[in-house]
Write a protein that binds this ligand. Structure first.
Ligand SMILES: [Zn+2]
Length: 804
């Protein structure tokens, strides 16, 4: 785009007298007008001002203008990447001659020459959409028609420019008559083309109407908050051939971020998106590129997650809530990127208004398809795809670091074992070896740390930073399955034995960092607070979704409250290890228990039978969306082959009290906070599954209150549920860094002296947890519904023929 500026040479000639506007000249002028030497300039001002006060001189400022043509080579460019407009001034070949002439003049008059910083200015702005013979050097043709390279005629039909912007360069005199003549010229050409234009327009209108009839358009207004700031989206959705996918227009208002409306410059919507990881769930995806008047651009991504949980109880809330992320596009390295999360909803009133705005010939088909997809998701619950289609050959079996197995005989004679990875075995080792080893303790019978099918896991992450890693296989591990034990035995005997083994392996002064998950976390607290393991051997403790407290979600709590565990134990009989793999030869009792488990309601359904049975017994342990298909296959088909059920009665007691109790149900651990003299980290998943963030909240407060001398951290990781904290696809980025940092800080604090920590009153206040989920009025309904459903399951169970 060419931009012509008529060259207006502006000079200020100053005599030996300070002008009348002295103060503003001094303070504004000096900064605007260049001056060769300030040392010369200041005494001059003082002398001149004295003369002025005495009335010896009058103001004799003179302005010199030189008008002329430059090369018309100025350029205005818009940089898409930085959203900035750049101006490159035109070249003026007369400039040196003009300066020379003014210098001579100033010398003759005995004055001082000041030059304007803006040497080329114009009072008659011309150009901007210059007329040209071809598209390479202009915006429109000599008839004012705007170029369009894609159109067969080479121009946009019916789009004309007829003002000063088409004049390509300065005309040197007042241009108003020139502008009028140009407009007159364009008008004549426009009327000449009128008849052919009309014909063209008629054809294109007919085509447009015809295609519009097949289109469906609807307006949607959603309101809510993004990053805690009020936000509203006024969208217009247009669906064409594929009726549930289309384009989005409209604007977004979020005064906290941009004062003006932010317009959607490109938007796509897909109302029926599926993900093979979650075959029962339907997603509605919105992807909008929006531009603000400030020049900033944003990407707004929205997703409605529609899950057929508990007879579509959430259907209304899910299908009207858009979970959004707003991201600012920036190319400047170092600039802090804006990345906000929030929720936008539409009310019933807005939905009715939306339905009124539904237009287009395919309206009824669109409604039919939309209803069909919702019916399929919520009522019929037909899966889209199956986990069975995933073949094990797709598993990536990379080489895994070598390890050694240490058998440990416990004090009661039971054999458990520890898998040890020495960090020198790791080929990726980049850092120096760390002094203290790590002990990993798994949750209930599932492996969460050593994941051979995944590109990374916590074992390899810890090896990389230079730690020896010990993975404990307690009696919950399927290689040591036992029929008679409780969670207390794991803490009291197994963990104590493992710590002793590590101490003998290294030396007496060694300290162990412990990372524990779920039931493993309960067990280590039992070990420490029960006095079976001394805190002086422990360098730090990190627990995921567990602590000395154990707070469950409403549905899990109800399941624990109902006598499902005693009934299951009665069914399973003496052999308390339940084989989970479908192909395993199973007894009648096992089959019965598995079929009951399949009936129990859960958050997410799955097409994999083992996953259905396991999540029936426990509840879902991970959000399917968060784990890869290879992980899903491995965890269900290879990892959990058998499930030892013996510890369930004790676990139920812990769940029902909400904190660790002994096998008889007595509170014999929480009364010993003095045994917890160590730094702690409690991590919870922000998207509750099984265990709620209250677990880490209470533990963190408890530790700060009773052990203020140590560092106690609590982290709630957004978007994660339970075991996906460790086996999730994004665990490496979002969860492991917290554990690594905690361990590193614990080592640092051990090696250097620090002042005793004092927690503020605020930190100790037992106020409400900011991460507590707001269930609102749904909570009551869910409780009633789950109770009814579980009673139905129980009745079914009682009247089932062949009950032992
Ligand atoms: Zn599954």
């Amino acid at each position: 785009m060419m931009y012509q500026i008529m060259n207006n040479f502006f000079l200020s000639l100053q005599s030996a007298v300070i002008p009348t506007a002295y103060p503003s000249f001094l303070f504004k002028g000096v900064t605007t007008y260049g001056c060769q030497s300030i040392y010369w300039f200041l005494p001059r001002i003082i002398i001149d001002s004295l003369k002025h006060v005495l009335g010896l001189n009058r103001g004799q400022e003179m302005v010199l203008n030189a008008i002329g043509h430059d090369d018309s080579s100025g350029k205005l460019t818009f940089d898409k990447d930085t959203n900035r407009i750049f101006f490159q001034p035109p070249h003026d070949h007369l400039l040196p001659r003009k300066v020379e002439a003014f210098q001579k003049l100033a010398k003759k008059l005995g004055g001082v020459l000041f030059m304007s910083r803006y040497r080329s200015t114009s009072v008659h702005l011309l150009g901007g959409c210059t007329a040209s013979s071809d598209v390479s050097s202009g915006v429109c043709n000599p008839n004012g028609q705007v170029f369009d390279a894609k159109s067969p005629t080479g121009v946009h039909p019916g789009l004309y420019i007829c003002d000063a912007s088409i004049i390509p360069c300065s005309v040197g005199i007042n241009p108003c008559l020139t502008i009028a003549a140009a407009a007159e010229h364009v008008r004549r050409k426009l009327t000449e083309n009128k008849s052919s234009n009309q014909k063209q327009r008629f054809i294109s209108n007919y085509k447009m109407k015809k295609s519009c009839n097949l289109e469906v358009s609807v307006k949607e207004t959603m309101r809510g908050q993004v990053g805690g700031m009020l936000c509203a989206a006024y969208l217009k959705l247009r669906f064409k051939t594929q009726l549930l996918r289309g384009k989005v227009g409209g604007y977004v208002e979020c005064k906290g971020i941009e004062m003006d409306k932010m317009y959607i410059i490109h938007g796509e919507v897909d109302l029926c998106k599926t993900d093979i990881r979650t075959p029962y769930t339907q997603y509605m995806h919105y992807n909008l590129l929006i531009a603000a008047s400030s020049g900033s651009r944003y990407v707004l991504e929205g997703k409605k997650v529609m899950n057929p949980y508990l007879l579509a109880l959430y259907a209304w809330r899910e299908s009207t809530t858009l979970n959004v992320t707003l991201r600012k596009i920036t190319n400047n390295i170092g600039e802090k990127t804006l990345n906000l999360k929030g929720k936008l909803r539409f009310s019933l009133l807005e939905l009715l208004k939306s339905m009124r705005t539904l237009e287009g010939g395919n309206r009824s088909k669109f409604i039919f398809l939309l209803m069909q997809s919702l019916l399929r998701t919520y009522i019929l619950q037909v899966p889209r795809g199956s986990h069975a289609n995933f073949t094990p050959s797709e598993l990536v079996h990379g080489s895994y670091p070598n390890s050694t197995l240490h058998e440990i005989k416990t004090e009661v004679g039971f054999i458990i074992c520890c898998q040890l990875w020495k960090c020198s075995h790791s080929p990726q080792l980049q850092q120096e070896k760390k002094p203290y080893p790590i002990l990993l303790i798994n949750g209930y019978s599932t492996e969460s740390y050593c994941l051979p099918t995944e590109p990374n896991d916590l074992v390899r992450t810890l090896l990389k930073v230079g730690h020896d890693v010990w993975l404990l296989r307690t009696r919950l591990h399927l290689s040591n399955c036992s029929d008679h034990f409780s969670v207390e035995d794991i803490g009291k005997i197994d963990i104590a034995a493992a710590i002793n083994e590590i101490i003998t392996f290294y030396r007496e002064s060694v300290r162990v960092h412990i990372v524990a998950h779920c039931v493993g976390g309960l067990a280590i607290h039992i070990a420490l607070m029960g006095g079976h393991v001394s805190a002086r051997h422990i360098a730090s403790l990190s627990c995921t979704n567990s602590s000395m407290f154990f707070k469950l979600t409403t549905s899990s709590l109800l399941k624990m409250w109902l006598p499902l565990v005693p009934i299951s134990m009665a069914i399973i009989g003496q052999n308390k290890t339940l084989p989970l793999l479908q192909t395993s030869p199973t007894r009648f009792r096992h089959c019965l228990l598995k079929s009951i488990a399949r009936l129990i309601p859960r958050y997410e359904r799955c097409t994999c039978d083992e996953c259905e049975v396991f999540s029936g017994i426990f509840g879902n342990t991970f959000w399917h969306e968060n784990i890869t298909q290879s992980m899903h296959h491995w965890t269900n088909k290879e990892n959990i082959r058998r499930l030892p059920m013996a510890a369930f009665p004790h676990l139920r007691k812990i769940c029902n009290t909400g904190f660790i109790v002994d096998a008889r149900g007595n509170n014999s651990y929480l009364i010993h906070p003095e045994r917890m003299a160590l730094p702690t980290l409690y991590i919870s998943g922000g998207r509750s599954l099984l265990v709620t963030p209250e677990t880490s909240f209470l533990a963190n407060k408890y530790m700060k209150l009773h052990q203020p001398g140590y560092r106690h951290e609590r982290v709630v990781v957004d978007g994660f549920g339970h075991s996906d904290l460790l086996i999730g696809e994004k665990s490496e980025e979002e969860v492991f860094p917290h554990i690594l940092k905690h361990i590193a800080l614990a080592e640092e604090e051990r090696s250097s002296w620090r002042a005793p920590r004092e927690y503020t009153e605020e930190a100790l206040a037992w106020s409400d947890d900011p991460y507590k989920e707001d269930w609102g009025k749904f909570r009551g309904w869910i409780c009633i519904l789950i109770t009814v459903m579980l009673l139905v399951v129980l009745l079914k169970l009682l009247f089932l023929p062949g009950f032992p």
